[in-house]
Design a protein around this ligand. Sequence first.
Ligand code: SF4
Ligand code: ZN
Ligand code: ZN
Length: 299
Amino acid sequence: MKCVKCGKKAVINLPYASKAYCHSCFTKYYEKRVKKTIMKHKMFNKKDLIGVGVSGGKDSIDLMYVLHRLGYNLVAITIDEGIKGYRNETIPFVKKLCKQLKIPLHIYSFKKELGKTLDEVVKKKKRHACSYCGVFRRHLLNKAARELGCDYLAVGHNLDDEAQTILMNFFHSELDRMARSGAVTGVVKNNLFVPRVKPLREISEKENVVYALLKGLEYDDIECPYVKDSLRADVRKTINFLENKHPGIKIGLLHSFDKMLPFLKENFGKEQKLKKCKSCGEITSGETCKVCDFLKEVK
Ligand code: SF4
Ligand code: ZN
Ligand code: ZN
């Protein structure tokens, strides 16, 4: 197979785009698309300080690397959930790349900030580990970005993650949550909340793997031990099955969602009056925030 740009031997075939690229044309194409996504959604500019959520997996490692290459002003934020045999394995990759790119790194841990590791939380579990983890992680990323004075928080969600999230929100009829999602999150502006942006949302997982490989980026690809019986894992399998048979469904789903988003923002979530949690002072729509409710649940 040959590169559609220069005719050299292709290293990646992208059936959804009906394109194949060689090493050098693919990395340029990848970086151009990240830049285009940032511009299209007016995410941020070179004057902003961007907090990058970096876990040490391929997506966030690629994100930090590509944003650095594109000349943005970065600070790295890592959340250590306290998952034995998983997060302790991925953090060294974050430290290594931060050192190489001279990006300051700040690690916030569940244990230090919330009093319990995720492993300790799930021992008392009433819900799936991911339900606790997602709430706690989002909370700490926002807290860290705010404390570090970031204008935006960039996360490494790729096209596959986005397609899965859209379907999962549909399945749970979470239209408020959908209204707050998209390329730049949030409906109502609040100074306790740092807007989250997703510069890799149009890039597939496969492209992220190949970009990391071609750039010689090291990351850990072990899977979180708790992912197995999650709804996300099942949705992922289903979407991948469909994408293999019908290339383009993931990007089609994302573009359909983007077209619906103005309607969702207009009709859902706006009525939520954001206030401070009575217990911890963080942002919430109720009397107490979900983090405090969940911590109480697993006391
Ligand atoms: Fe957390 Fe679930 Fe992701 Fe594991 S798979 S890191 S428990 S959200
Ligand atoms: Zn080429
Ligand atoms: Zn709270």
